[in-house]
Design a protein around this ligand. Structure first.
Ligand SMILES: *[C@@H]1O[C@H](CO)[C@@H](O)[C@H](O)[C@H]1NC(C)=O
Ligand SMILES: *[C@@H]1O[C@H](CO)[C@@H](O)[C@H](O)[C@H]1NC(C)=O
Length: 377
């Protein structure tokens, strides 16, 4: 009796009791669904949490593939509808097919045409493949009414320049996109936004000088830009048309003349697949605009000189800022060098002299701060 008790109290036994897992629960007969294969048994009802998790993951993956293929289809439908036009315009299709950057951004690059160095067709689609972002965008859209959760396509023409080319920033913007268009477009800060009877309702004009707008919107010959942009077949898809000689992002230094670029950017809401060809006549008209742009512009000499002056002043301002920055840098370098030299000098002195020098510095600093206080008072 006594010996068995002592066995039970044996700390080792107690330890074993703790670390041995309890025997599997076999108190009742399992009568649910069960799969058996040789020695393996799978009882689904024991994996409820896991099955919810698995269903969630499968759903996420499904959304990914469906969303991705829908996006590819959206972009390629539009591009295919415009392909005949593109191919008639460009001699060198350098890339084949859409290039994707992620699963919601696609682009196509075209080059080899007179008056155009290149055309980037850039699709920015709703991230249908990404459940979390889609939900976030949806709810954000409920909260911010100006926010538009929609597909868009941008045609960014880099224009060839000749000595007669005029350099200016100008644009036509659909009113509902006015607050959004200035985002990420530093170049548009050059302009003032107005309404104009030349373009009519629904649009605003962004221009540096009225003379530029008058030149671009006055109809001469068969091409009437105002009429083109007001065509009801595709007007609903136009977000903006901009012509610019300035970069989208603020430069930090004057751009050398060989690196200056002129762009014509047509920004559209992507038409639905069933109406993908609606914007073909518009894109065709834009090619005409590109070709007639330099000839059409007959700016007054004072407008030309004002445009030139605005650019020169900007360059001058940037140059001055750079210079000031450089000067500051040199000053602070000088100061650091001086401090270092002083430290080196002190380190060469004897211990007593070092202490004296430190005391002197401290007193000087204190006097300085006191002076400041009394000055303020
Ligand atoms: C653009 O993509 C299409 C296919 O979608 C391709 O045929 C074409 O070569 C690409 N480039 C140009 C310049 O159109
Ligand atoms: C150009 O089109 C607009 C319509 O948007 C029209 O009001 C204007 O008269 C047209 N100009 C010419 C010269 O046809």
């Amino acid at each position: 009796m006594a010996s068995s008790l002592s066995l039970n109290n044996n700390p080792l036994t107690a330890l074993f009791k703790v670390i041995t897992p309890p025997p599997p629960f076999t108190g009742y007969e399992y009568d649910g669904l069960e799969y058996r294969w040789r020695m393996f048994v799978f009882r689904p009802s024991l994996f409820k949490t896991e099955s919810f998790l698995l269903a969630g993951i499968l759903f996420y993956v499904l959304i990914f593939f469906v969303g991705k293929s829908k996006n590819v289809k959206r972009a390629s439908t539009w591009l295919n509808a415009h392909m005949a036009l593109y191919e008639s315009q460009f001699s060198k299709p350098t890339t084949s097919g859409l290039i994707n950057d992620g699963f919601a951004d696609f682009f196509n690059y075209s080059t080899g045409r007179r008056n155009v160095l290149s055309l980037h067709t850039v699709f920015a689609l709703v991230p249908r493949q990404d459940l979390v972002t889609s939900l976030y965008r949806f709810f954000y859209g409920q909260y911010d009414f100006l926010y538009k959760n929609e597909d868009s396509v941008e045609l960014d023409f880099t224009l060839a320049s000749n000595p007669n080319s005029q350099h200016f920033v100008w644009g036509i913007v659909a009113k509902e996109y006015l607050s959004k268009v200035k985002e990420n477009r530093w170049d548009l800060t050059f302009t003032r936004t107005t309404e104009s009877p030349l373009i009519g309702d629904g649009y605003c004009v962004m221009s540096e000088f009225a003379d530029v707008s008058e030149n671009l919107l006055k109809a001469e010959g068969p091409f009437n830009l105002s009429k083109t942009l007001n065509n009801p077949e595709y007007k609903q898809y136009i977000k903006s048309l901009t012509i610019t000689d300035q970069p989208r992002e603020a430069p930090t230094m004057p751009i050398p003349s060989e690196k200056r670029e002129r762009h014509l950017i047509l920004s559209l809401r992507l038409p639905p697949g069933s109406n993908a060809a609606a914007t073909v006549p518009l894109v065709k008209a834009i090619f005409t605009l590109v070709d007639t742009l330099d000839a059409k512009l007959n700016l007054r000499p004072e407008t030309k000189s004002k445009l030139r002056k605005a650019r020169e002043e900007l360059d001058e301002k940037m140059r001055k800022e750079l210079e000031a920055e450089k000067k500051e840098e040199i000053e602070s370098d000088k100061l650091a060098a001086k401090r270092k030299a002083e430290e080196e000098r002190i380190s060469k002195l004897s211990a007593a002299e070092q202490r004296k020098a430190l005391d002197r510095d401290k007193k000087r600093a204190m006097r300085k701060s006191q002076n400041k206080v009394t000055k303020k008072a």
